[in-house]
Design a protein. Structure first.
Length: 160
């Protein structure tokens, strides 16, 4: 698994990219990303739990959830799905707001078939390099993404 978090210039300075190959077919990995019964099993970094308030996985649909931190802090989140191409790609945004964590991010997740395995690439694009750096500092976004994908790998092993 690789995560590129070095600033650079232009769009690179606003992006966190995390890649991992899973020993599971992409249809199964895509299912784990879109089915609420699976999402609650792995979503979030180590020590976090997730409660789904509502989820509508379609373009324009909204996913409302709470990430319960190991320190007892609850993080309200809202994701808006922009594009869903089963089982190839998910595009969504976390628009922030007064009722959720103040993070604005655009995420593209791709699922590539690699001979029965799946190469997943998660590209998180922020409004600015400063915002990207703030989210890394405050929320541990880069390391959190790696831990979340590790938890996904563990869950995938129980699915198939």
């Amino acid at each position: 698994m690789a995560a590129r978090n070095n600033p650079g210039t232009g769009q690179e300075a606003r992006t966190i990219v995390t890649t991992r190959v899973f020993d599971a077919p992409r249809e199964l990995v895509f299912e784990a990303w879109t089915n609420p019964k699976h999402l609650v099993q792995w979503w979030g970094p180590n020590g976090f739990r997730t409660t789904i308030r509502a989820i509508d996985v379609r373009p324009g649909g909204i996913w409302r959830f709470v990430m319960h931190g190991p320190d007892g802090v609850d993080y309200e989140n809202r994701i808006v799905y922009d594009e869903i191409v089963k089982p190839e790609r998910l595009v969504y945004r976390h628009p922030g707001g007064e009722d959720v964590e103040p993070v604005q991010i655009h995420v593209t997740v791709t699922f590539e078939d690699h001979g029965g395995k799946t190469k997943l690439t998660m590209r998180m694009l922020f409004a600015s390099a400063a915002e990207r750096d703030r989210v890394i500092e405050k929320y541990g976004a880069g390391e959190g993404a790696k831990q979340t994908l590790e938890r996904l790998a563990e869950h995938l092993a129980t699915m198939g």
